[in-house]
Design a protein around this ligand. Structure first.
Ligand SMILES: [Fe+2]
Length: 239
């Protein structure tokens, strides 16, 4: 098998592997939580679930506007271009370029996925975790306060830009906290994100300047735990 055949086979294998992922995505979309693509199958930016000023004063309107429109929006455009370039590079037999665009797609599509979840994780009127989620939190972390302490510490400590993530690990049926660098590094295979905390500087620099810790503490005041609980229920069914 030459290199092009290998890459083509790998892409096809990847497509097969994503059948389960598509089922998950379909379930999420049917639940009304996430929709990453438009009717034509292109990656697409979905409307915010609130006005750009809807998270004031915890998150200012200008930050939400720039973050959503340009940081998230540009990642969506880039992911579409990355996918197109992978296929064009295959057709042109420029296989070194395939490596390049595949890395770019990992970065940009992961950005699109995490940002899409991020917007729905926030609300000006936060609720408490569901009874089921609270039971799982107690089992895996002891108390809700211990989870929040761990998630805050993890998010504040990201080297450079990245995310703190509460996820459900279906292989062990446990909640887990990740410290993600950029959008795609330091994950665990299989983890389904439930709550993502964006600690890229673009999330907070206009209002909080260099005070990331203060921003993370403020973020806990606008977490939509109802959304997190809903994601937990879906994740358990798909596991
Ligand atoms: Fe971001």
């Amino acid at each position: 098998m030459d290199r092009k055949q290998f890459i083509t086979t790998s892409i096809l294998a990847g497509a097969a592997a994503t059948v389960a992922g598509q089922a998950f995505a379909q379930s999420l979309q049917e639940s009304g939580l996430d929709k990453l693509t438009d009717a034509a199958g292109n990656y697409a930016l979905q409307p915010l679930p609130y006005a750009e000023s809807g998270l004031e004063p915890a998150m200012d309107q200008e930050t939400v506007h720039l973050h959503y429109t340009f940081h998230h929006g540009d990642a969506v455009k880039a992911a579409n271009n990355d996918l197109k370039m992978i296929l064009q590079s295959l057709d042109a037999n420029t296989l070194d370029a395939v490596d390049y665009w595949t890395r770019k797609l990992s970065y940009h599509l992961s950005s699109h996925i995490l940002h899409t979840i991020f917007w729905t994780n926030l609300s000006k009127n936060p609720l408490q975790p569901s009874r089921e989620l609270m039971q799982q939190i107690s089992k895996d972390f002891g108390t809700f306060d211990r989870l929040k302490l761990l998630l805050a510490k993890t998010s504040k400590g990201v080297d450079g830009n990245g995310w703190g993530i509460l996820g459900y690990q279906p292989f062990t049926k446990q909640l887990t906290v990740l410290q993600c660098e950029n959008h795609e590094k330091l994950t665990q295979w299989g983890v389904i994100p439930l709550l993502v905390m964006d600690v890229w500087e673009h999330s907070y620099y206009l209002k909080f300047r260099n005070r990331r810790g203060e921003f993370v503490d403020q973020l806990f005041a606008i977490i939509n735990w109802d959304n997190v609980s809903h994601r937990f229920e879906i994740a358990k069914k798909l596991a």
